[in-house]
Design a protein around this ligand. Structure first.
Ligand SMILES: Cc1cc2nc3c(=O)[nH]c(=O)nc-3n(C[C@H](O)[C@H](O)[C@H](O)COP(=O)(O)OP(=O)(O)OC[C@H]3O[C@@H](n4cnc5c(N)ncnc54)[C@H](O)[C@@H]3O)c2cc1C
Ligand code: SF4
Length: 339
C-alpha cells in the first residue's frame, strides 16, 4: 500500500474542501478518495489498484441527513452514509418497495452490510480479476491505453450488454439495479454547491474511456438518493442468481416492479444486474409488457427484447439464456405476489 494523507471531517463543506484537487470521473486515478465503510476502498488500496494520495473519512457525517432514511412527499430519501444493513431492515422500505430491501439483503455478507454504506455501494468497482490484479499490465480501466486482458482471457463473469472494444467488465452491485428501475435521483454536494442528477446518468458505459466510470465532478460527494414511490411498487422484488447462495456477486439478477390492472400490465419497471457494464434498465422489455395480458407469453417476449442486443465473449454466452430465465422468473414471482 502507498503512503497517503488521512483526514477526518465533521461537515459536508469540510469534506468537499478536503477533497479539492480530485479529478472527476477517473475513479482509479483520483488523488483523493472519500472513506465510508472502506469495504471496497481499503481492499483496492491494499491490492495497489487504487493509490490515492489522500483519504477523507466522512463517517462523522452520519449524524447529518447523510446518515438518515427520511420519508418525503413523493417517496423516500436514503442518505449516502446509511449502512446497507439498516436500509435492508427498514420496515417502510421492506413494505413500500421490497425490491430495494431485497437488493441490499442479497448483497455481500451481514458483516459487510453492517459496515458498508449506500453511497460506497453504488460506487464500488468491478470484480474483473484482471483489474484487481496489478501483475496484469493490460487493463484499460486501471491503466488507460494498455489493452484488455479479459477480451482474450477468462471472461465467464463479464458483460454481455453495454461492453465496448476497450472493456467488457461487469458492474457488480445489486442496490444500483433497484435505483435504476425506480428512476431514482442522486443528490450531491460539490465545490460548486449541490446538484441533483438522474441515477441513470451516474454510471458511464465504458466506451473509449473505461477508467472514467461516473459523471461525478472533481471532489463531488454523494449526499443521498431520492426515490419516488407509487402504491403498486409494493409488487416488486429482486431476484439474484449466483454461483453459491452465501455471499457472492450476481451472475444474473432482475429487479422488477409491476402495476397490474384487470389481468394486464399497466406499467413495469425492470433493471438487470450481473450481465452489463453499468446498472442496466431494460426499457425495451418494459415497453413490450405494457398493455399485455399477464402470463408467460408476455414475460418471454419481454425477456427476448431485453437481450436482443446481447453480445457474448468466449466464456459468457450462458449469461444470455440465464439472464432471460432470471427475468421471466422474476416477472412470474412478482405477478403472483399478494399486495
Ligand atoms: C466479499 C465481498 C462480497 C461482496 N458482495 C457484494 C454483493 O453481492 N453485492 C453488492 O452489491 N456488493 C457486494 N460487495 C461490495 C460491497 O457491498 C461494497 O464494498 C460496499 O457496499 C462499499 O461500501 P463502503 O461504504 O464500504 O464503500 P467504501 O469502500 O468506503 O468506498 C467505495 C468507493 O466509494 C467512494 N465513496 C464512498 N462514499 C461516497 C460518497 N458519499 N460520495 C462519493 N464517493 C463515495 C469511495 O471514495 C470509494 O471510491 C461485496 C464486497 C465484499 C468484500
Ligand atoms: S474487462 Fe475492463 S476491467 Fe477487465 S481487464 Fe478488460 S479493461 Fe480491465
Amino acid at each position: 500500500m502507498q503512503p497517503f494523507v488521512f483526514e477526518r471531517v465533521d461537515s459536508p463543506a469540510a469534506a468537499v474542501r478536503a477533497a479539492a484537487g480530485a479529478r472527476s470521473g477517473s475513479a482509479t486515478q483520483n488523488p483523493v478518495q472519500y472513506l465510508a465503510g472502506g469495504t471496497t476502498l481499503l481492499d483496492l488500496m491494499k491490492l495497489d489498484v487504487m493509490r490515492p494520495q489522500g483519504v477523507v473519512d466522512i463517517n462523522a457525517l452520519d449524524v447529518t441527513p447523510l446518515g438518515r432514511i427520511e420519508a418525503t412527499r413523493a417517496g423516500m430519501r436514503l442518505g449516502a452514509l446509511v449502512r446497507m444493513a439498516d436500509a435492508a431492515d427498514n420496515p417502510s422500505i421492506r413494505r413500500d418497495c421490497p425490491m430495494i430491501a431485497q437488493s441490499l439483503k442479497l448483497a455481500a455478507s451481514q458483516q459487510i452490510r453492517n459496515m458498508a454504506s449506500l453511497g460506497g455501494n453504488v460506487l464500488q468497482r468491478t470484480r474483473c480479476p484482471y483489474f484487481r490484479d496489478v501483475s496484469y499490465s493490460e487493463c484499460n480501466k486501471r491503466n488507460p491505453g494498455s489493452g484488455c486482458a479479459a477480451m482474450n482471457g477468462f471472461n465467464r463473469d463479464h458483460a454481455v450488454l453495454g461492453a465496448s472494444p476497450q472493456c467488457i467488465a461487469t458492474y457488480p452491485g445489486d442496490f444500483a439495479q433497484a435505483l435504476m428501475a425506480l428512476d431514482a435521483t442522486v443528490q450531491t454536494i460539490g465545490p460548486d454547491g449541490g446538484r441533483a442528477l438522474r441515477f441513470a446518468g451516474l454510471h458511464r458505459p465504458p466506451g473509449d474511456t473505461p477508467d472514467v466510470e461516473t459523471a461525478l465532478r472533481a471532489g463531488e460527494m454523494i449526499a443521498s438518493f431520492e426515490v419516488a414511490l407509487a402504491p403498486w411498487m409494493r409488487r416488486s422484488l429482486y431476484l439474484k442468481i449466483r454461483d453459491r447462495e452465501s455471499y457472492e456477486f450476481a451472475l444474473a439478477s432482475a429487479g422488477v416492479a409491476l402495476d397490474l390492472r384487470d389481468g394486464r400490465v399497466a406499467d413495469a419497471r425492470i433493471a438487470l444486474g450481473g450481465i452489463a457494464t453499468v446498472p442496466w434498465r431494460a426499457r425495451a422489455a418494459e415497453d413490450a409488457l405494457r398493455g399485455q395480458a399477464v402470463g408467460d407469453a408476455a414475460f418471454e417476449e419481454a425477456a427476448d427484447r431485453a437481450f436482443a442486443e446481447a453480445r457474448a465473449a468466449t466464456h459468457n454466452a450462458f449469461k444470455v439464456p440465464l439472464g432471460k430465465q432470471t427475468l421471466i422468473r422474476a416477472l412470474r414471482d412478482a405477478a403472483a405476489l399478494e399486495i
